[in-house]
Design a protein around this ligand. Structure first.
Ligand SMILES: *Cc1c(COP(=O)(O)O)cnc(C)c1O
Length: 358
């Protein structure tokens, strides 16, 4: 028997997140690290998992984990909140620090989850389009925020998907010129040197998000962090669900984050490989003008403008290579060296064939 239950308006037309379908040998579509933790570290993880107190709830404040994170980045522990991925923290911020109907400013293009949570929590999403340079228009944004009663602004720096970064000076100017909450997503900042983390204590209206999913190479364990001054940190800890990060992820994350030399070396290698990816992509663009522009990158991926984006994206599947396609752009995560060779062999094939047809 049914009494006619109906979903409410905001959820009615939502569909579950659709991950990439199919199995691909070379996955360059999600900006994960191309390096898994090495054997020695995996053995330590196994030990962490074996020692977990399985019948007990996790530490609600993930103290050891937050300490390891704070030490790795040189921050006070009291400024750190752990989340089940930074994704959960974006959800908590949108759902609890903001109220229904308040305006959340985002830029386009930027990470799609910001808009998703804004809509889910019935905020009013407001979007400023970036111009052809794809940089964030800082002065325009400051004026816009102050003139339009914007409650919060969120953006990724460096930006996913554009691979472009905003300097620390520009970030400082933005944060200190608005009363709105600024949520600065530094998911890719390990690959660049303009982190605003050292200045987080100086701003009451700032939350910086970090993740273990990219440079740290641990997307599987789902660990993200919010860094902010005490008032905001206490609010986030109060608002989150008590056991949001499971004990095994806490232990494994604390173990990984204590390996500073190892993590730094891995990060440096990813930066080096991304430089090669960028150079080779620029070389390809010189030969094949259909690749209109390769954007400078301070991340672990490249962003390419091409009218043939859709076709190249689809044809790469024939080589079992997955990248991301956004309209007339391709986003390609940095591959490990052997996969880099395969990527460029496939791209050369595809572009030669397309040229023959043109
Ligand atoms: C990948 C990514 C994240 C990380 O999300 P997690 O939930 O921590 O895996 C956050 N922000 C941006 C912009 C990203 O690209």
């Amino acid at each position: 028997m049914s009494c006619g239950y109906e979903l409410c308006g905001k959820i009615k037309n939502l569909t579950p997140y659709a991950p990439m379908e199919g199995e691909y040998r070379i996955r360059l579509d999600a900006n994960e690290s191309c390096f898994a933790p090495d054997e020695a570290l995996r053995a330590e993880f196994a030990d962490c998992a074996a020692k977990a107190a399985y019948n007990r709830y996790p530490d609600p404040y993930a103290v050891e984990l937050c300490r390891a994170f704070a030490e790795y980045y040189g921050l006070p522990e009291s400024s750190v909140t752990a989340g089940n991925g930074s994704d959960e923290l974006i959800s908590i911020i949108c759902g609890t620090l903001l109220q229904k109907g308040e305006k959340l400013l985002t830029f386009a293009p930027d990470f799609s989850m910001y808009r998703f949570y804004a809509e889910l929590y019935e905020l009013e999403p407001v979007v400023l389009e970036k111009d052809a340079s794809l940089t964030i228009p800082v002065d325009k944004a400051i004026a816009f925020i102050n003139e339009n009663n914007i409650a919060a602004v969120i953006f990724s720096n460096p930006c996913n998907p554009t691979s472009i970064g905003l300097s620390r000076d520009d970030v400082r100017r933005l944060v200190s010129s608005v009363r709105a909450l600024v949520v600065l997503d530094e998911a890719y900042m390990d690959f660049w040197d303009q982190s605003f983390l050292p200045e987080v204590q100086q701003h009451d209206n700032l939350i910086i998000l970090k993740t273990c999913s990219k440079a740290i190479g641990m997307a599987a364990v789902r660990l993200g962090f919010a860094v902010a001054k005490p008032t905001l940190t206490i609010a986030l800890r109060a608002a989150k669900s008590p056991y949001n990060v499971n004990s095994i992820s806490q232990a494994i994350g604390a173990c990984a984050l204590s390996k500073k030399a190892y993590l730094d070396a891995r990060r440096d290698e990813l930066v080096r490989l991304t430089g090669i990816l960028y150079e080779r992509m620029c070389g390809l663009a010189e030969k094949f003008p259909v690749l209109e522009k390769v954007y400078p990158t301070c991340t672990n991926f490249v962003f390419v403008k091409t009218a043939a984006a859709r076709e190249i994206y689809s044809r790469l599947f024939d080589y079992s290579i997955a990248v991301r396609n956004f309209g007339e752009y391709l986003r390609i995560s940095v591959p490990a060296p052997d996969q880099m060779e395969e990527l460029f062999a496939a791209l050369a094939d595809i572009l030669v064939e397309m040229e023959g047809k043109a």
